[in-house]
Every structure is written in C-alpha cells, then in structure tokens.
Design a protein around this ligand. Structure first.
Ligand SMILES: [Zn+2]
Ligand SMILES: [Zn+2]
Length: 183
C-alpha cells in the first residue's frame, strides 16, 4: 500500500514549486469502491474542494507511485481558479507539470497506461450514435461491430424500419467518459 499522505504532500509541493496556485481548502478522501475512475474533484458550494482518489491506485502494486501522483496532480489542478474542465488553464498547467517533472498528466488515462488491465467496456467512450430516421430511437455503440458496419441492413426493433442515420463521435466533445473532474 502506497503512503497516500506522503504522495499527496509531495504532489502539492511539486505543484506549488511549479508556480501553480491551487486551492488551500482541499479535503482528501480515498474511494474504496471506485472502479470507473481514478480520481474525482468536486467543488463545494462554499468554494472548497473535495478530492477523491481510487484506493486501487494505492493498493495495486503494479501501479507506480509516479502514476498515482499523476492522478493526484490531475485532481489538484482542478482546484485552480476556473479549472474544473480539461481545457484552457487546466491543460496548460498539466503540460507544465509534464514538462517540468516528466509526468504524463492528461484528461483520460486507461488502465493499461497505469500498468493494469483496462476497465470494462462500459467505461469506453461512445463511438457511434445511431438514430432511426423513422421513429427517432437512438442507439449508442462504443466499439466497431457488425451492426456499426452494416447498420443499413438492420431494422429498428421499435418501428421495423431500416433507416438508421449514423454519427461518429470523436475527440474531446463527444467523449462520454467524464472527469468532472472525473475520468
Ligand atoms: Zn425506428
Ligand atoms: Zn479531471
């Protein structure tokens, strides 16, 4: 089990040494149930922050301390002014930490990048959205399949028509895996 207190203090020191101003009102929790995200940063109504780190990051020996710190820093960076999203200043600060310390902090990190197996498919981002042009039924698909390739030949189970429109969801915008801060 990694020493969370020590890692957390190291991370805060490194962020501050980089000249990045994070909140001084952060509480930390270890989330023992989290399976779908490494960390979470929530802004409370009073302007303070709550950061959760998944216990698996601390407990799984296959995950390096560096990898664990990347998640802690990812979440710490959300506590900067106007940084709840993964764009703008959050992104600039993440790149700064990466270049200064050799981290690989980014918006979404897969299990295999952390050194363990990838999460089950329900955590994959949605790749395609199909819509029945006849009845409006909507289907989401996260990976390529016979249906995503040959959708024109499939009928809608609701209305019996074969009239799907297909939209490919790509990049930041359509990604349905969140880090609000969540991943
Ligand atoms: Zn239909
Ligand atoms: Zn985030």
């Amino acid at each position: 089990m990694k020493d969370f207190e020590r890692l957390r203090r190291d991370c805060m020191r490194e962020v501050e040494a980089a000249g990045i101003c994070i909140s001084d009102r952060i509480t930390f929790e270890i989330n023992r149930r989290a399976r779908t995200r490494w960390g979470l940063c929530k802004k409370n109504r009073d302007g303070s922050f709550r950061i959760q780190i998944a216990e698996i990051l601390l407990a799984d020996e296959r995950i390096s301390e560096k990898s664990c710190k990347e998640t802690i820093i990812h979440e710490l960076l959300h506590t900067c002014e106007g940084c709840m999203r993964h764009t703008g200043r959050w992104k600039q600060n993440a790149l700064k930490m990466n270049s200064l310390y050799g981290y690989d902090i980014k918006r979404v990190t897969t299990g295999s990048e952390k050194g363990i197996e990838d999460y089950k498919s329900s955590e994959l981002p949605v790749k395609y959205v199909f819509k029945c042009k006849s009845c409006g039924a909507v289907i989401y698909r996260k990976r390529e399949s016979r249906f995503t390739r040959n959708y024109r030949h499939y009928i809608c189970t609701r209305c019996g028509c074969a009239a799907w429109s297909r939209r490919k969801v790509d990049g930041e915008n359509g990604n349905m895996v969140l880090c609000s801060g969540e991943y």
